[in-house]
Design a protein around this ligand. Structure first.
Ligand code: UD1
Ligand code: CA
Length: 472
């Protein structure tokens, strides 16, 4: 329990199917900037002084619970409770309360947040909880004034301007539909007063569901006070119901992330075309060109320059590096290293400081040491390329014999000629050379030259084949 304050339990409603997403993935697991929707909600909720966090799961319950267990970053453990049948938000709340012990005190509060409002800010929640506590209301509803209220529950106020009840869009009269103050589905309730109100809810409405919104009217009828806080920015209230809303919300999350990093000293040539996951960490004086996607656990060090058009996933980029028109996944790009244009760095690629992987080069499970260069048209797989080595254009490691992968070790300061084939397993000793077109099948000692592929000449082959062709 948080010291001094009234006990607070957060309940996140995330059992709904999200029919309008038309997806095999539960709605709340659709990601925005690399983080599932429900975790954005939990990130905001988790910044409050909470005693418990309970998430109501239903559709895709196992996947949702697993995602929460593995990725939630809350100050208290996140508990899941199963709502086996989605009978409405009121029923979801009743299910949530079953896991909260009955020994609550009179001043216990529950904060309710839907799992599909990823733009909700921690400050907004905090302001609402503070007001709820200082006013002593039985319930406090976060509302929003929106330009288009279609689909939302409307806040109906009485003659004194107090919240009287909430009416769902489908059940609203003409006059009620004209109201542009909507229910965000974010509330604070006095736990002791909520439970009896929930018991009064019936599925007597157009959807045949138990509406949590009806608890507001019951509390008012019982003579309790219900307050509303209008969200300072109505964008925060947006519930995601379909993929168009998902894209719009993701654009907002992206704007927030980009604003944050620009304020931290990152230059973005075009922030609207710069795509950074929530989990990415950036240094200072970085320059990002348009079309850059930094994803997963990617980090970029000071003064590095990325883009245009790059996708880096779970990749560490050091300081003063440059990556352009390239892709990397699970890689480590060292200080001052140079990648691209048009390089594909596959998992397990490490570039030492000042190393270069240039145009039309593919690497995989490759340790390219400091100062080594693979400037053009190469494949380097299951290999170690020594310091200051230079692979000529068209050099490839033939690492796969059709059954097994084999390792290539190229010593420091080796220079391979154009179109060298290194047939693994193989070791090229320090300071050795290969000639253009060499096909090297045996280990080369240090400071040697490996050259040639004696081509077998079949005289008259072409004319015989030509004669053959005429017959057919
Ligand atoms: C709800 C509100 C509406 C409000 C809107 C804001 C009700 C009846 N209506 O409508 O007033 O304007 O949110 O976005 O509450 N859920 C469960 N179990 C269920 C049903 C829903 O866990 O049985 C969860 C959903 O996963 C979702 C949240 O509750 O995260 C809201 O449900 P949803 O069906 O999206 O409600 P809306 O129709 O949007
Ligand atoms: Ca919704």
């Amino acid at each position: 329990m948080s010291a001094g304050a009234r006990p607070l339990t957060a309940i996140v409603l995330a059992a709904g199917e999200g029919t309008r997403m038309k997806s095999a993935v539960p709605k709340v697991l659709h990601p925005l900037c690399g983080r599932p929707m429900v975790l954005h909600v939990l990130d905001a909720v988790g910044s409050l002084p909470l005693d418990r966090v309970v998430v109501v799961v239903g559709h895709g319950a196992e996947r949702v619970s697993k995602t929460l267990a593995e990725n939630a970053d809350a100050p208290v453990p996140v508990e899941s409770v199963l709502q086996a049948q989605q009978r409405g938000t009121g029923d979801a709340m009743a299910v949530a309360l079953t896991v909260i012990p009955e020994d609550f005190s009179d001043d216990d509060d529950v904060l309710v947040v839907p799992g599909d409002t990823p733009l909700l800010r921690a400050d907004t929640l905090r302001a609402m909880v503070d007001l709820h506590r200082s006013s002593g209301a039985a319930a406090t509803v976060l509302t929003a004034v929106v330009p288009d209220a279609t689909g939302y529950g409307r806040i109906v106020r009485d003659r004194d301007g107090r919240v009287d009840r909430i009416v769902e869009h489908r059940d609203a009269s003409e006059a009620e539909l004209a109201i542009n103050e909507i229910n965000t589905s974010i509330y604070c309730f006095r736990r002791a007063l909520l439970a009896p109100a929930l018991r009064r809810i019936t599925p007597d409405n157009s959807q045949g569901e138990y509406y949590l919104t009806d608890a507001v009217a019951f509390l008012r009828q019982a003579g309790h006070r219900v307050d509303a806080v209008i969200a300072p920015d109505c964008i925060e209230a947006g519930g995601i119901n379909d993929r168009a809303q998902l894209a719009a919300a993701e654009a907002e999350v992206r704007r927030r992330i980009n604003d944050h990093w620009m304020r931290e000293g990152v230059t973005m040539v075009d922030p609207e075309h710069t795509y950074i996951d929530v989990s990415v960490v950036l240094g200072r004086d970085i320059r990002l060109w348009p079309g850059v996607h930094l994803q997963g656990r990617t980090t970029v060090g000071d003064r590095s320059e990325i883009g245009p058009d790059c996708r880096l996933v779970d990749t560490v980029v050091g300081e003063d590096a440059s990556v352009t028109y390239s892709i990397a996944r699970d890689c480590d790009i060292g200080n001052g290293a140079n990648v691209g244009p048009y390089a594909s760095l596959r998992p397990g690629t490490t570039l030492g400081s000042g190393a270069k992987v240039g145009t039309f080069v593919e690497t995989k499970n490759a340790d390219i040491r400091a100062g080594a260069k693979v400037p053009h048209l190469a494949y380097v797989g299951d290999a170690e390329i020594g310091e200051r080595a230079n692979l000529g254009a068209g050099t490839i490691t033939a690492n796969y014999d059709g059954t097994h992968k084999h390792r290539t070790i190229v010593g420091p300061s080796v220079r391979t000629g154009s179109n060298t084939v290194l047939v693994a397993p193989i070791v090229i000793g320090e300071g050795s050379y290969t000639g253009a077109g060499a096909v090297v099948t045996r280990d080369v000692p240090p400071r040697s030259l490996a050259k040639g592929v004696p081509a077998k000449i079949v005289e008259g082959w072409a004319s015989e084949r030509g004669a053959d062709d005429e017959h057919h």
